[in-house]
Design a protein around this ligand. Structure first.
Ligand SMILES: C=C(O[C@H]1C=CC=C(C(=O)O)[C@@H]1O)C(=O)O
Length: 400
């Protein structure tokens, strides 16, 4: 891939993105694009090595790249990995982009027509991705699933599970991937906004609020995020009140994390929260955990906890095994990458892996939206359905 360097001032941000999307799709290369929470920088990785890689997520040993793992356990324990043949960054702030030199791939078509050229390339790539979902989950099926699981909670088999549902939504004729990504960045400043495309595997776009694991220098961090209510009024955080149901639901996720610390005999960690946080039009309860990996002598804590935590009881349930078996048996579709994990690895001394929530799978002329809801003994099936509708809409409204 030949590259040019241009001054960012004269380029629209969507044009920069379109250059890289076009070059990657045309070359059949995996690509990941992301904007970290509270950041004004878009980052892009293109893997032009010529192969699709799957490897064991021993994070500390990996080169600079981007990791993607489905929800389901993999028998070989491997995740997809995009190696950074190229890593590009550009600023979203007009004042900072003024003198920014930005690398662009050389392309053979008029940059103004890039978006039109990307659509057929993306569709072509998606057509090769195999089996696709035929229908959205019905309310009756979802509520039936909730009731079935609640009966097992009553019997003491599980204390929580997180059923999911899908919505299949048509993609507008004039869908513009780069503009949609930038709109998500603007609307959700505190989310990890992401797009990834792996040829023959999948193309997903989302804005997730949940960190699975983060290692930055000597610090390891994770979070317990659960409990949902709509963000209402001018100061939604101040007005939020939580019921016993959400408090218990989030406490189970915190306990799951602490139990995993115990499993590896890690006793020194900081726990802050739970506090109320906003994720777009929703509020959640969140506890933050931090470990000094040097002081505790756990240099590989990132990899160890990734393996132990995924899937957490925020997306699967508790106990993990029973909830996983229940979902595998009764959920009527493959979650694919929904509620899996994804994120940049070993970039500037930092690895941050997120839970793939508030996400959509691009499927040619339509998208599949996915959302789940934590169910406990106090759940009301209709309310859980409504909650998944709100969650789907966080991304779904960008395709209307
Ligand atoms: C499973 C999802 O959200 C999780 C994260 C936050 C709150 C949740 C809840 O209230 O159920 C879920 O545990 C989803 O967005 O699809």
């Amino acid at each position: 891939m030949k590259t040019l360097t241009k001054n960012n001032t004269h380029l629209h941000q969507d044009q920069i993105l379109n250059h890289w999307l076009y070059a990657a799709l045309l070359g059949n290369h995996p690509i990941a694009v992301w904007r970290r929470p509270d950041s004004h920088e878009v980052e892009i990785i293109v893997d032009s090595s010529g192969s699709i890689k799957r490897l064991i997520p021993e994070l500390e040993q990996l080169p600079k790249g981007f990791i993607v793992h489905p929800f389901a356990d993999q028998s070989d324990e491997k995740a997809y990995f995009l190696e950074a043949s190229k890593h590009i960054k550009f600023s979203l702030r007009p004042d900072l982009s003024e003198n920014e030199e930005i690398e662009l791939p050389e392309i053979s078509i008029d940059p103004k027509t890039l978006n039109l050229a990307i659509k057929p390339l993306l569709n072509e790539a998606i057509e090769n991705q195999g089996r696709s979902l035929q229908a959205s989950t019905t309310m009756e099926d979802f509520e039936e699933l909730v009731k079935k699981g609640m009966a097992l909670i009553k019997e003491g088999v599980m204390s929580k599970f997180v059923p999911a549902r899908t919505i299949i939504q048509g993609l507008p004729e004039d869908f513009d991937l780069a503009k949609t990504f930038l709109n998500l960045c603007q609307e959700y400043p505190k989310a990890f906004v992401n797009f990834f495309h792996i040829p023959k595997v999948g193309s997903w776009i989302g804005a997730t609020p949940e960190t699975l694991i983060c290692t930055k220098g000597k610090y390891f961090q994770t979070m317990a995020l659960a409990g949902t209510q709509p963000a209402i009024g001018p100061d939604p955080l101040a007005n939020a009140g939580w019921r016993q149901k959400e408090i218990a639901e989030q406490a189970l996720v915190s306990r799951y994390i602490v139990n995993n610390f115990k499993k590896i005999r890690l006793r020194e960690y900081k726990e802050i929260g739970p506090k109320t946080v906003q994720a777009g039009s929703l509020l959640h309860l969140r506890s933050d955990f931090e470990v000094d990996m040097e002081a505790t002598n756990f240099p590989q804590l990132g990899s160890v906890m990734l393996k132990l935590l995924h899937p957490t009881s925020a997306v699967c349930g508790s106990p993990r095994q029973e909830a996983m078996e229940f979902l595998a048996q009764y959920e009527t579709f493959d979650r694919s990458f929904f509620a899996g994990y994804l994120g940049p690895v070993n970039i500037e001394d930092q690895t941050t892996i997120y839970v793939n929530l508030r996400t959509a799978q691009l499927q040619g002329d339509h998208v599949i939206l996915y959302a789940g809801a934590g169910v406990t003994e106090d759940s009301v099936p209709e309310k859980e359905w409504e909650e998944t509708s709100l969650k789907c809409n966080i991304i779904g409204k960008f395709f209307q």
